[in-house]
Design a protein around this ligand. Structure first.
Ligand code: ADP
Ligand code: MG
Length: 312
């Protein structure tokens, strides 16, 4: 995001920073209005539908890097722009289900039963209360036991892929699998089930710590279980432009992953962290916010990169 000329250095608060960073407008209210208008246009315009269903696993074994936030908000932004989108919550904490306002009390048909093959995917799909094109397979606390239950099962790494094989018939343009913060069997199942991996990386110290391990696991899954697997997309999250560190991390990540990294960087924003508390994505909670705009931009980049994530 470019700065406006004459931007004061060292903006005192996060709030002022949010507004000062906006482009082409002089006042905070003007900036917000402009963003809201862009959001309305996005809702009217349609993105190109991908040639075939695109399935992403959103993985990073570090907790709190923005996996769930990215899954929910990119999904919501794509749905706003006419895509049919499914989010599969594969984290027993059920954060994606909460953030999308989806029922996930114990006993709800969920990713757990789907994973074990007890029910069909269609039986667990719920529609978002905020967008008719956005759907979610929730996670309940039952999923917490799955990691251990899977260990003794036949074809334990391929359970989700088998379960999702009928997904094609549901006409989703995009499917996002939100993983727990570990490299256990749930994440492995997700990596076996999806051709594309999206890695969110928080613009903080130690950001790349653990990424090497994640990439080695991805290579292992690719070699033995899912030859089509590829890291197509990296998203920089929680970027705080006031810190030199954030820029350094962003540069390191770009040096490492090249054009897999989306140009759009997700800013750190209080609004983004508030939205899940209302069972809403940032797109629905505050469409005029910088957080909403950044996820809209990220979703468009992702869509235009096309199947396989190719930009070249
Ligand atoms: P993960 O799924 O990787 O554990 P989350 O998406 O749950 O990470 O994010 C961790 C925490 O950081 C949550 O409380 C979330 O609301 C907050 N958060 C995520 N993205 C942002 C952001 N851009 N700005 C501020 N807070 C954020
Ligand atoms: Mg999460």
């Amino acid at each position: 995001m470019t700065s406006i000329p004459g931007e004061p250095t060292g903006a005192p608060t996060d709030v002022s920073r949010e507004t000062w960073d906006s482009q082409d407008v002089d006042t905070p209210i003007g900036a917000e209005a402009e963003r809201a208008v862009r959001m309305m246009h996005a809702a009217q315009g349609q993105l190109p539908r991908p040639d075939r269903q695109r399935v992403f696993t959103i993985a990073n074994q570090k907790g709190g890097v923005g996996k769930t936030t990215t899954a929910v908000n990119i999904a919501s932004a794509l749905a706003l722009q006419g895509m049919r989108v499914l989010v599969i919550d594969l984290d027993p904490q059920g954060n994606a289900s909460t953030a999308l306002g989806i029922e996930h009390r114990p006993g709800t048909a969920s990713s757990y039963e789907v994973l074990l093959g007890d029910i069909d995917v269609g039986e667990a799909v719920q529609q978002s209360p905020h967008n008719e094109r956005l759907f979610c397979i929730p996670a309940t606390i039952d999923l917490a036991g799955a990691e251990i239950e899977l260990v003794s099962m036949v074809a334990r790494e391929g359970r989700l892929r088998t379960a999702l094989s009928e997904l094609e018939q549901y006409d989703f343009d995009y499917v996002f699998i939100d993983c727990p913060p570990s490299l256990g069997l749930l994440t492995i199942n997700a990596l076996v089930a999806a051709p594309e991996v999206l890695i969110p990386i928080q613009c903080e110290y130690y950001a790349l710590e653990g990424v090497g391990q994640l990439l080695r696991n991805i290579e292992m899954v690719k070699a033995h279980l899912n030859p089509a697997l590829d890291v197509t997309t990296v998203v920089l999250t929680m970027y705080d432009g006031r810190t030199k560190l954030a820029d350094q991390v962003a540069m390191d990540v770009r040096a490492h992953f090249g054009d897999k990294v989306l140009q759009t960087v997700i800013p750190r924003s209080v609004k983004v962290s508030e939205a899940p508390g209302y069972g809403m994505s940032i797109i629905d909670y505050d469409p005029g916010s910088r957080g909403a705009m950044s996820y809209l931009d990220a979703s468009r980049e992702l869509a235009y990169r096309g199947a396989g994530g190719q930009t070249r």
